[in-house]
Design a binder for this molecule. Sequence first.
Ligand SMILES: [Zn+2]
Ligand SMILES: [Zn+2]
Length: 408
Amino acid sequence: MTTAAATTAVIGCPNCGTRQELSPLAFGDTLYCVTCSTPLERRYGQSLVAALCCASATLLLLVPANVEIFLRTEALGVSRHSYLSSTAGAILEGGWPWLALAIFLFVVVFPIVRFALLTLVLGHIYLGRRSPWLGRAFRWANRLETWAMIDVFLLALAVTYVRIQDVISVHLGNGAIFLICAGVLSLLTRAVLDKAEVWEAIAPDNAPADPLDAVACLECDLLVEATEVDTPCPRCAAILRHRQVESIPITFALTVAALLLYIPANLYPIATLPIHYRPTSYTVLGGVIDLADANFYGLALLVFVASFVIPVLKLIGLGWCALSVLMRSRRQLVAKTQVYRIVEEIGRWSMVDPFVIGCLAPVLNYNALIHGGAGPAALPFTTVVILTIFSAKTFDPRLMWDAPRSRP
Ligand SMILES: [Zn+2]
Ligand SMILES: [Zn+2]
């Protein structure tokens, strides 16, 4: 393991830009930003070895999850089955290429790439090897954390199971069981992975001569001398910037586009299901009411929050934060920063409704009465979710704190 730098390391808060000294933490302690209360470092049982075990086990489980039978249905004396790896192909044949691409990337490719990169990086650090590509690989593993959506897909699987079990006989295949195990381990990986420790092991945090003037890497929080701006970060190879380029115009453009698409996304049916042996189209909110009518109140609440509350919260929250920068507002900056953190964290869960279509479409193609698939709202809804995730990524919350400081 790399030893700590002789001088006290300093990091820049990713949400407000405040420079803060890193002090050793006792078990159970959290170091909060003194300005915006963002947790900067935590010590609560994370372990590099545990993270390596969880990440490599997740990677191993993703192989059978993709090649074993995922779901099996039976109706009219006939059976259908699906594989996770071929779900995108079945959806593509159904005429929904954008949904097929989203499922292929978010559920098949990105989880495998993320856990392969994590296994490689953590394995190298564990073995004491310091390859020059480690920082770049760990940066990409972190970037894919939002986009690797096994956990969201598992919620969609639960919703699908509940929604079609009273119409046809449905069984989880081994692939689904392996994916559930991989999902649990992926959450454990997240809990036991101490990113700051990994970055410190790849290259120690700096103590620049003038921390206030130094530039903080947007990806690994390393503080580097201001003269290095616009060059690759020495630790993770991301281009160093004082702030994200064109953050506000891009955030506004993406948020407004998402807001406009949000109307058809909720007005039109998102999917069709055979309910009481009749193909029935339902809207996002209609699906929630159906689940509540069937007495699945917990699941109805989860889907209501994921599909309706979160997109609204994201649009209002991002609009509030971006307007704050434009208005050079000094008010409620801590609250706005916390709203931004929540929006960035939970946005991906809105993919649950598009994923339900991914789960049911390949195993619900019996005849004109027993069939299921995407509705006209599926494309705008999926686009809203993806646009708001990008919007949260392009927004630089430090601009909210800069704006009042630069007020004339
Ligand atoms: Zn802060
Ligand atoms: Zn960096």
